[in-house]
Design a protein around this ligand. Structure first.
Ligand SMILES: Nc1ncnc2c1ncn2[C@@H]1O[C@H](COP(=O)(O)OP(=O)(O)OP(=O)(O)O)[C@@H](O)[C@H]1O
Length: 401
């Protein structure tokens, strides 16, 4: 079904195998066992990893991700990959990033999932919240794992005073203490004391947008986001609007009573003096959230790719995610169905059952109002863990065609 070739320049054929189970690469870090291969052709040449290419040269006719369109053009494009936990978001995001970089795009892959697994996926330490170069691809590939705790801290520091935390202190700091109760219906107290889920991710994404605006990072033409599981993403989508409204109302109110405050100040001295710093920080946060919202909805530069697996539960969740994305006007056109059992001539009982289950789930997609219109990309379950750049190249060449 698949024919796998390790490309060489010039090609040096060192092996040819039928249905082999295990093959150890001479660079020894990559054990590759494509069990779905009935006939496998291997060619190798000892050369630095940078020039190692893993190619799936024959593909199932129905599966194409429209990679040509994804890779065309040098203007910057953002791809956000999201879906239910554990379906393979990170593997698909990392493999897409590797493929972009191998296709000539200086690429940045960012994890905004609080439970990062990019480091595991690339088999490289990417922690620390800074850009780390990934060894292997032709063009520069950098990875970034953003620390959501840090983002939350930043939010807290923008909304708390030195005396304490919470809505009362914050409003006092803004010179709006007396209005704190009136703003109750905005639930701002809750927002400030316990930042809502999704806020850390929104701040993380806004940070990326921020530094990508600087000249230093102009070179990146493809940005791939490995986002947090569905629930988080859904909250993230509605968050900018919510924050914008809340913060917007606060700042408007603050402006309105600025003159009243100065009158109070003249009577009570410095009591109740607004702290411009808090207002400025909040205003900046609001602007950043607006940018996140705009980025998510920009059809010319952004696409949200849903990753799922062929189970009823995962597909139901993907359908809900898709509906929410559409409702929020987030561009979505591709659905990756990952971990599909590869074809086999002789199924065991377990595999036969599993295959039936999967085909039922795939039928569900065809009949789903939200998902049926998406470009369906099927990715096989491979019998080796997708870890490290060569493995990601291999997966990328199967998925992103
Ligand atoms: N097509 C595949 N074939 C075999 N294994 C796969 C495939 N896709 C992903 N995996 C494996 O499944 C596991 C989970 O994948 P991954 O970390 O990419 O999922 P995730 O959706 O990002 O998870 P989380 O929600 O926990 O971040 C990993 O061990 C990965 O190697």
């Amino acid at each position: 079904m698949y024919s796998i070739s390790y490309s060489t320049k010039p090609m040096e054929v060192v092996g040819y195998a039928h249905s082999f189970n295990s093959f150890r690469h001479p660079l020894s870090f990559f054990k590759f066992r494509p069990s779905f291969s009935s006939t496998t052709f291997i060619s190798l040449k000892k050369q630095p990893m940078k020039s190692l290419q893993v190619r799936a040269v024959a593909a199932p006719a129905e599966a194409t991700a429209g990679f040509d369109e994804m890779v065309s053009g040098t203007q910057r494009k953002y791809y956000m990959l999201g879906g239910k936990g554990g379906v393979g978001k990170t593997s698909c995001a990392a493999s897409l990033a590797v493929k972009f970089a191998n296709s000539g795009h200086p690429t940045l892959v960012v994890s905004t999932d609080p439970a990062h697994s990019l480091s595991d996926s690339f088999a490289q330490d990417l922690t620390g919240g800074t850009l780390v170069p990934v060894e292997g691809p032709y063009s520069p590939l950098f990875a970034l794992e953003l620390n959501p705790e840090k983002a939350k801290e930043e939010f807290r520091s923008a909304t708390q005073t030195s005396e304490g935390s919470g809505i009362k202190d914050f409003m006092d700091g803004m010179g709006l203490g007396v209005f704190a109760e009136q703003l109750g219906e905005l639930k701002l107290g809750e927002l400030l004391d316990t930042p809502p889920p999704g806020l850390d991710e929104a701040i993380a994404i806004s940070k990326v947008i921020q530094f990508l605006e600087s000249q230093e990072y102009n070179m990146f033409t493809r940005i791939v986001f490995d986002t947090a599981p569905t629930g988080h993403t859904l909250r993230l989508l509605s968050l900018p609007d919510f924050l914008d409204k809340s913060i917007g109302k606060i700042l408007k109110l603050r402006q309105k009573i600025a003159s009243a405050t100065s009158a109070i100040k003249s009577v009570f001295g410095q009591e109740g003096t607004p702290k411009p710093d808090a207002a400025e920080k909040l205003e900046r946060l609001r602007e950043r959230m607006i940018k996140v919202r705009e980025l998510f909805r920009d059809t010319t530069s952004t696409e949200f790719v849903i990753v799922t697996i062929p189970t009823v539960m995962a597909i139901s969740e993907s359908s809900r995610l898709c509906a929410s994305l559409k409702k929020e006007d987030v561009p979505v056109k591709r659905l990756i169905v990952n971990q599909i059992l590869p074809p086999s001539a002789s199924d065991c009982k377990f595999c036969a059952m599993k295959r039936k289950d999967q085909s039922r789930a795939l039928d569900m997609i065809q009949n789903d109002q939200e998902l049926s219109s998406l470009m369906l990309v099927q990715a096989p379950l491979v019998d080796v863990e997708i870890r490290g750049v060569p493995a990601l190249q291999f997966l990328g060449d199967i998925v992103w065609k």
